[in-house]
Design a protein around this ligand. Structure first.
Ligand code: UD1
Length: 417
């Protein structure tokens, strides 16, 4: 199993090209199930979760072609197997996204229940309830969600909780339903908007994406399209936090700053100077960062996917900050690892109270989920000595070429096979 060795102490500077957003690319690849034509997707990031999605689609019978620039052409002329197998679903919960489109187009879908994961229970009940409201018959059989529907019917669906993949699943299903579907309390994440833009390019009739009420007028069929995936705001944010922690000067490019507002505001509060371009952000930090308090909530509030990185920032900042997690109950697996590196963190329920220390020290640490892994890399960048991070397969699920990108900014980081 690969590990990363990070030697701390280097100030990061330079420019980093942000890859396509994982959380937009996954549903957009899966949207290819909605048409018999070819969907061409560009700016697809090079990540393990993308490989898993391509396997998943391939297993269902979708033809996949990948060009040398990581453009993907997916053609679901027909599907040979409507079943998403547990072996793949267990490695990537977002596999549940095949349920809505497969059911809407083919009338039948089977997807393994994802089960628990390191950051909490993460059920899929709202995906199921929404599809039932659209007339689907759904059973849970032998660990699989088995769904049937002749043709889905438009419906008014009120989501009890804001769910990103739930909104995406229902939005995709509704594009081919009979009549109008309204999703209330919908997720407003930029990745939902990117998916809606792609679906509209395929002939769907979606309005309101990016607001909490999305309206979808069902159509008979969708057609092929070409769609570039938006830049990854979480990857960008991770590099900006790295710059802030190392008192560096880093510009992230190919990403929309308007999708990053909540955490850019916090970086400013921490003392960073920001230059915001149309598709770039430059961060300059000339002093030790100030600790900041953050509270995660659905977009446009502070994203849970940036929480662990801000715990790392606070760990070496001046003063104390409270980091409260409201989306996932168990998303503080990075805290005990940071404590092993000398961080001063006290847990109070769903809040981590972080008092900054002058210097973290290196230690062997273990990655437990995707964003926790990023947090440990950040800590390694400022710790004295060499930090060895184990189980970095989590990192490879969501960060494209992280060691190359960090090395180019001046970090000392290497992969150990
Ligand atoms: C997506 C993102 C993930 C991000 C998360 C929150 C993808 C592929 N992943 O995950 O990176 O951290 O949004 O921004 O886009 N819930 C239920 N029932 C459901 C669905 C969700 O109770 O049927 C709960 C979850 O347990 C969680 C909350 O709702 O507490 C939000 O989860 P959700 O937005 O669905 O997360 P994902 O879509 O899985």
């Amino acid at each position: 199993m690969d590990k990363l060795a990070v030697t701390g102490g280097n100030r990061l500077s330079g420019e980093v090209k942000i890859s396509g957003a994982k959380n937009a690319a996954l549903p957009i690849l899966i949207a290819s199930l909605l048409t018999a034509d070819t969907l061409r997707i560009t700016n697809v990031p090079h990540l393990n979760d993308i490989t898993t999605t391509l396997h998943l689609l391939g297993d269902l019978g979708v033809e996949i072609e990948i060009d040398e620039k990581l453009g993907v052409a997916a053609t679901a002329a027909s599907i040979t197997n409507p079943r998403a197998d547990y072996d793949l679903v267990k490695t990537m919960r977002a596999s549940i996204l095949v349920l809505g489109p497969t059911l809407a187009r083919f009338g039948h879908a089977e997807v393994a229940l994802p089960g628990g994961c390191a950051i909490g229970a993460r059920p899929v009940d709202l995906h199921i309830k929404g599809l039932e409201a659209m007339g689907a018959n759904i059973d849970i059989r032998d660990g699989y969600v088995v769904a049937e529907a002749k043709r889905l019917q438009g419906a008014r669906i009120v989501c009890e909780l804001v769910t990103v993949t739930g909104t995406e699943n229902l939005m995709m299903a509704a594009t081919l339903a009979d009549g109008v579907t309204v999703i209330e309390n919908a997720a407003r994440e930029p990745e939902v908007v990117d998916l809606a833009n792609c679906l509209n390019a395929m002939g769907a009739q979606i309005t309101g994406a990016g607001t909490s009420e999305i309206t979808i007028e069902g159509v008979e069929a969708l057609h092929g399209a070409t769609h570039p995936v938006i830049g990854d705001r979480i990857e960008a944010g991770t590099y900006l936090v790295a710059a802030a922690m190392t008192q560096g000067d880093v510009t992230v490019t190919r990403v929309g700053p308007s999708t990053m507002s909540a955490y850019l505001e916090k970086l400013r509060e921490a003392g960073a100077e920001l230059e915001i371009g149309e598709t770039s952000v430059r961060l300059v930090m000339n002093q030790r960062p100030q600790a900041v308090s953050v509270h995660t909530a659905p977009h446009p509030a502070f994203p849970t996917d940036m929480q662990a990185q801000f715990v790392a920032l606070n760990a070496i900042a001046e003063g104390a900050g409270a980091v409260t997690e409201t989306i996932f109950e168990n998303r503080f697996m990075h805290v005990p690892e940071l404590q092993r590196m000398g961080a001063d963190i006290e847990m109070e329920g769903h809040t981590a109270v972080v008092r900054g220390v002058e210097q973290l020290t290196s230690a062997p640490v273990m990655a437990t989920d995707l964003r926790a892994s990023a947090c440990l890399v950040l800590a390694g960048l400022v710790a004295g000595g060499e930090t060895i991070i184990d189980r970095i397969y989590h990192l490879d699920r969501g960060y494209d070429s992280i060691e190359q990108k960090l090395s180019a900014l001046g970090a000392t980081i290497k992969r150990i096979h």
